[in-house]
Design a protein around this ligand. Structure first.
Ligand SMILES: COc1ccc(C(=O)Nc2ccccc2)cc1NC(=O)CCSc1ncnc(N)c1Br
Length: 274
């Protein structure tokens, strides 16, 4: 039976299946819409947890941002609704799952250069679109990238995106390896934080670990501030050149996203995918 377009979605419209993952604020389940049998990812968050972390305004702003972002490499927030205790996000389901699991499952825990370049180009394209909508993602890392068929990846979990420019949040979300120098020193920052993260992501795709990784958090911050990292012997010259143009201390001196997409290392390695 066709639903009217103004149908008010509710939890009973869905059959809930296997858990897909746990975010900071909630749990994600595979779910099926009963009428169409369409598979979705259902993220449920306790209002109490959000209120405790003063996140309710962030959720409202976040959902406002999300519903207006449409790009082939950005996970779609299809709809959302709430009941007395929880907020529910109905998300596009990524049937190939989380990219970091695929990265860790590789023989050498890293991607070959064509695969790394193809993934990086898609992330750069999604970020270029976000920036055109004045949205900074701020949390680019393998854990927030989801895989679809034909090596398509999409940016997900905009739990921390903000409108540019913005003041640094007090809470450091998740890994510190991707923080750029200006966020380590918690100064104001702009969309160029995403260019830095793209450099860290490219390095991790090619090496299996991020460039500033250390056993001590203080050591990681020291290396980030000093932009102190080394290349692995197997990394091609052109991949090193791209990374060195993104891991630059001065935000505005980082390679713009358009130039990333046009970079020789990207062009050369993406030919087999086009
Ligand atoms: C557009 O994607 C989002 C948009 C917004 C938010 C969000 O939580 N916002 C938010 C939460 C609390 C406070 C402020 C903002 C989260 C996501 N996305 C996710 O959580 C990804 C869920 S995991 C997954 N999803 C699909 N297929 C799979 N195979 C998997 Br595994």
């Amino acid at each position: 039976s066709k639903r009217p377009s103004n149908h008010q979605w509710k939890l009973s419209d869905f059959e809930i299946g296997t858990p897909l993952g746990r975010g900071k604020f909630g749990r994600v389940y595979l779910a099926r819409e009963k009428n169409t049998e369409y598979m979705v990812a259902l993220k449920m968050m306790f209002k109490s947890e959000l209120v405790k972390d003063h996140m309710e305004h962030q959720v409202r702003r976040e959902i406002e941002i999300q519903t207006h972002l449409t790009h082939p490499n950005i996970l779609k927030l299809l709809t959302y609704f709430w009941d007395e205790k929880k907020i529910y996000l109905i998300l596009e389901f990524a049937q190939e799952g989380e990219l970091f699991k695929v990265l860790n499952s590789q023989l050498h825990k890293r991607f070959d250069e064509p695969t790394a370049a193809y993934y990086l180009r898609q992330v750069a394209d999604a970020l270029r679109y976000c920036h055109s909508q004045s949205v900074i993602h701020r949390d680019i890392k393998p854990e927030n990238l989801l895989l679809f068929s034909h090596h398509v990846i999409k940016l997900a979990d905009f739990g921390w995106s903000v409108h540019a420019p913005s003041k640094c949040r007090s809470t450091m979300c998740g890994t510190i390896d991707y923080l750029p120098p200006e966020m380590v020193d918690s100064q104001t920052y702009n969309e160029y934080v995403d260019n830095w993260c793209l450099g860290v992501l490219c390095y991790e795709f090619l090496c299996g670990s991020p460039p500033f990784e250390s056993s001590e958090q203080a050591e990681t911050f020291r290396k980030i501030r000093a932009v102190m990292y080394g290349f692995k012997p197997y990394m091609s010259d052109s991949s090193r050149q791209l990374i060195s143009k993104l891991l630059v201390k001065i935000p505005k001196s980082r390679l713009p996203l358009t130039n990333v997409i046009e970079h020789p290392w990207i062009k050369k390695n993406c030919e087999i995918f086009t």
